[in-house]
Design a binder for this molecule. Structure first.
Ligand SMILES: C[S@@+](CC[C@H](N)C(=O)[O-])C[C@H]1O[C@@H](n2cnc3c(N)ncnc32)[C@H](O)[C@@H]1O
Length: 445
């Protein structure tokens, strides 16, 4: 059963959350919906709205299993499942009184003209409210991943799997990258101290580099000198990119291709790091998504780096240049299973079929970009995926096929940066850990 109602300020807050969940279940992404939702709710409801929506998504599969165990016939309207899951999450994981949750969830359902779901939702919420402790234990015990993904992660990560499954449903920490063109990490940490912004300084895992972690939630636009480009938000493991390349002590005047560049996080880091020692003469940055390239331009403008790179719209599977590159960064399109903590809707949007398609696309891009690399040049392959098929296996298959490619060793030193047959897999296993990233370094012979 469809629903043409749109998120709007006249609806109760829970009704707007149900509509958002419904759209995600139909394939839209949270990042495109969240602003609309938060704009539609009152200021004093924004925090609650965020917590209820994100919490429901983080626990979606665990909650769905509870709902399914109590219902004989699953509802034909996905909106009813969304309302039920939202109600169950609030009941089992938030502090709202039970009667208020049940009343408000039912009111929301009625305001969406879905009265046919009221009886079912009322019955299930009351049943669960009566045995809250039992169901709360259930929800917390297991992972909240779709079965196909849980199976793949178990195969790939054996001993780490349980911990990984639990951690993927937690919110991710916020890390900052300090722009060395304007500041040092120590100087910026002092600015944060002066502004009373709680933070920690943590190692990055490569050379002696460090990173800032914010320890309280903070609107980034209000960070000291954010608009002046002193600092950017970038995940701890994403920040390895520039430092792995810097540690190679490459010759000066590098010609670098940042393939798959949008929204430009790694590109900006490379430009910020470029100096007399790690000297990038020229960067070409490409992506095949025109819209996402707008975000690259915005980011570079804020960091005052707009004139430092040629940003082009091109397809990595076919792009060719006459002047070959010394370094190619390939931050490949992937299943993004490593960033589920930041985008919990991935567990609803991704399917098992997506994996094979993504692996094939990555192989095509890698194969084509290799033709643009000069002999002696390096290619840094990166994904934010946890799956070995996109990572270690992708690269070992490439090396087996390409007689002019070899793996280059580098060292990452943190416990959850795990050495693979080629490269490293970073896993989010602790609250301080960065996202799930894979890095492999190749050289053309
Ligand atoms: C993981 S994101 C890159 C993140 C970026 N490097 C950063 O650090 O901000 C992958 C990017 O690959 C792009 N992409 C997907 N298929 C592509 C293709 N065939 N050619 C070029 N870019 C592609 C997507 O548009 C997306 O922006």
């Amino acid at each position: 059963m469809g629903n043409n109602m749109q998120i709007n300020p006249q609806l109760p807050v829970r009704a707007n959350i149900i509509l958002t969940l419904e759209k995600i279940n139909q394939g839209q992404s949270l990042s495109l919906l969240l602003d609309d939702l938060l704009t539609a709710v009152k200021d004093n409801e924004k925090g609650f709205t965020h917590e209820l929506l994100l919490g429901t998504l983080r626990h979606w599969h665990a909650i769905s299993r509870i709902g399914e165990s109590l219902i004989k016939q699953p509802p034909t309207d996905i909106g009813i499942t969304c309302a039920l899951n939202m109600g169950l999450y609030e009941l089992l994981c938030m502090n709202t009184p039970d009667y208020a949750i049940i009343n408000e969830t039912l009111n929301a359902v009625k305001s969406l003209n879905k009265n046919y779901g009221v009886g079912l939702i009322n019955a299930i919420l009351r049943k669960v409210a009566d045995k809250k402790e039992k169901f709360a234990k259930k929800i917390n015990k297991n992972h909240s991943l779709p079965n196909w993904l849980a199976k793949e992660l178990k195969q790939d990560w054996g001993d780490y799997y349980e911990n990984l499954g639990q951690n993927l449903r937690k919110p991710a920490p916020i890390f900052l990258r300090v722009n060395g063109k304007f500041s040092t990490l120590t100087y910026y940490a002092n600015l944060l101290n002066s502004a009373d912004i709680a933070h920690e300084i943590l190692p990055l895992g490569v050379a002696h580099e460090r990173v800032i972690k914010l320890t309280t939630s903070q609107k980034v636009q209000f960070l000291p000198h954010f608009q002046d480009g002193f600092v950017s938000v970038q995940d701890r493991h994403a920040q390895l990119c520039g430092h792995i390349l810097k540690a190679l002590n490459l010759p000066k005047n590098l010609r670098l291709l940042d393939a798959c560049t949008a929204p430009g996080g790694k590109l900006a880091q490379l430009l910020e790091l470029s100096n007399d020692v790690f000297h990038v003469e020229h960067i070409t940055a490409l992506d095949n998504d025109e819209k996402r390239l707008n975000r690259v331009h915005d980011n570079l403008a804020r960091l005052q780096l707009a004139d430092k790179a040629d940003v082009i719209c091109a397809d990595g599977t076919s792009y060719r240049t006459d002047t070959l590159f010394n370094v190619i960064v390939l931050d490949a399109p992937c299943t993004a299973t490593g960033v589920i903590r930041r985008h919990p809707d991935i567990t609803l949007l991704r399917t098992e079929q997506d994996v094979a398609q993504t692996v094939a696309l990555q192989a095509d891009i890698l194969q084509n970009l290799w033709q643009n690399l000069a002999v002696g040049g390096h290619l840094l392959y990166i994904t934010c995926s946890l799956l070995k098929s996109e990572n270690e296996r992708q690269i070992t298959n490439f090396l087996a096929k390409m007689s002019n490619a070899k793996a280059v060793d580098f060292e990452l030193t943190l416990p959850n940066q795990i050495k693979q047959a080629v490269g490293y897999q970073c896993l989010p296993l602790n609250d301080d850990d960065g996202d799930g990233f894979y890095y492999a370094l190749l050289q053309k012979m």
